[in-house]
Design a protein around this ligand. Sequence first.
Ligand code: HEM
Length: 640
Amino acid sequence: MMRSLSWLRRSLYSLVNEIPGSLEPTDESADQRRTQSLKNKNKLRVCLPLMPLLLRAEKIAESAARPWSLADNTVSGGDTIPQQEEACKGNCDKKKTNKKLPICKEAPRKWRNLSYHWSTQARHPSAPKLSSLGASMAAALALAALLPFLLYLLLKPIHSFLWRPYRLHLHFQAQRVRGPPRRPPSGNASDIRALIASAQSSPIPSFHHDIVSRVAPHYHAWSAAYGRIFVFWFGSRPRLAIGDPALARAVLMDSSGDFEKTGFNPVSRQLFGEGLVGLKGPKWVQHRRIVSPAFHMERVKCWVPTIAACTLKMLEKWVKNGENSYEFEVDVHKDFHNFTADVISQVAFGSSYDDGKQIFQWQEELMLLVSVSIRSLYIPALRFVPTKKNRRRWSLSRKINESLENLIQVRGRECENSQNLLGLMLSANKNEGEEQIGIKEIIDECKTFYFAGKETTANLLTWVILLLALHQDWQSKTREEVICVCGSENLPNAEDLSKLKLLGIVLKETLRLYPPAVALNKLTSRNVKLGKLNVPAGTQIYIPTISIHRDADTWGADANDFNPSRFSKANAHYTGLFFPFGQGPTICVGQTLALVEAKVAVAMILQKFKFSVSPSYVHAPMLLLTLQPQFGAQVLFKRI
Ligand code: HEM
């Protein structure tokens, strides 16, 4: 009992010590500090009153547990009585037969209280009774001390999982925001999984672009039932879907910090680490400042020859594979993934795809495991359980980190003075003070760019080639433009790219209909007003980009059709309602690279090939962190 009490007191003590803000300053924003300090106050309110009670109970338990005799001068366990006590032993012995309490006046004050029980035990015939009385007193005191703590443990889940969601539910209901019924403990997470599984069980019968019901079936079903603004639940946390374009824009454009990034749970963090995509607050500002210059247009233009060389490598492989046939099939989805991996390896890290090939493969496997966990309710302790999936995730994560560390060491020296991403980060590593970033942070940024730079752009390329393969009229028009601007043999150069207007609007229309990032999530950092809605702090905002990009009021009755010319008119009313790269302060840092990469690759494909959708292609767009074809993208190519 004594050990448990002591452990409990020490744990509480370290809990109080760990509370940031209560003891030491942090570098968080004022709002984060305010929220944190509220939580801290609650912790302190529970912990601090327990301390003296626990200390007292611990002492009593200690005394009850350690009968000791003044005669042999030791306590059980071999502790020796201090010398001062030795000095008074003679006096105490004289009173051996005295039934009165044997408190020794000469003993130092701090020992007197303790020796009361010990000496009583040693001399009094009823000592065992007193010992058990002491133990029960200690137990009672301990219980009294623990009661608030136990109550806290009991009430906290009730508050978090029942009371708070119930109040939030009433809060939204009062504002006429409805939604699917919440099913504790998962909320609607299992409904979403079931809807997605059902949507993915069969492909879309024909190649059309009305795909929301397959890609975001939960949004499709619930917005039809409850309107464009509704609330659904992930565990005990509400998610407010905002399908209204104007309100969505207000959320994305906010720069006051009311709507912040949602952040990642520790499982998703394995994929991105503490990279830019998941960072918030001052750390995000610092990393964004370091990373942004690597993606400015002037820098990206310098990479055009590298991108063209990577494209040529891919096309030569296609030609070789289809050497003996008039027409040949390529699953472009696979090849575009290798291509974008090659480009990001070279432009961001100065290495070839082969150097990082293994890392990409591990990242892809990790992505599959993480995307499964994102759709499930996050239960903190479960990630420590050595299940097969968890062990694989740990092993992949460890291997990726080690390989990136090696790559940085090998490439680092060569990159140090270059202006690629790794070079910029390594120079920042040498800075002092606020602008310095550590090797661990560089590794995490590399992970982010390997993922963000490869997945999204590969998917954009996949969809644009499929759409041009389907819409032959647009394929012909765009090819004419490319040949007019670049010729039929020359590689496109940086100056050519701005002249490829038709190709530009084809890319935009592809990003409208098939945005690689299907939805955006934000989190309210405090109670906020959104239009007429009062949204409580801690609410996740779900913005269905893919649906807003099809809003008939904005895009017209043909919103689900492929019609790039809608972007050719100076349509000011689209501004802010088309956001494949996000909007506002956290807008995609790599968008210029993505668009330049796509323009170069598509222009070169158009120069060399005519293409159409293969009969083996099955139209089945699905969301696996990004929007991709479930069964590949088979396209038939003919050399021009
Ligand atoms: C077609 C290609 C791409 C699409 C559709 C895309 C889309 C997005 C979107 C929607 C966001 C979130 C914006 C927000 O939260 O408001 C984002 C963020 C980001 N993207 Fe991209 N992206 C693409 C390509 C790239 C590339 C090539 C890179 C880098 C090599 C990149 C790096 C990033 C990073 C680092 C962020 C986080 C920005 C921040 O939080 O400050 N992306 N991207």
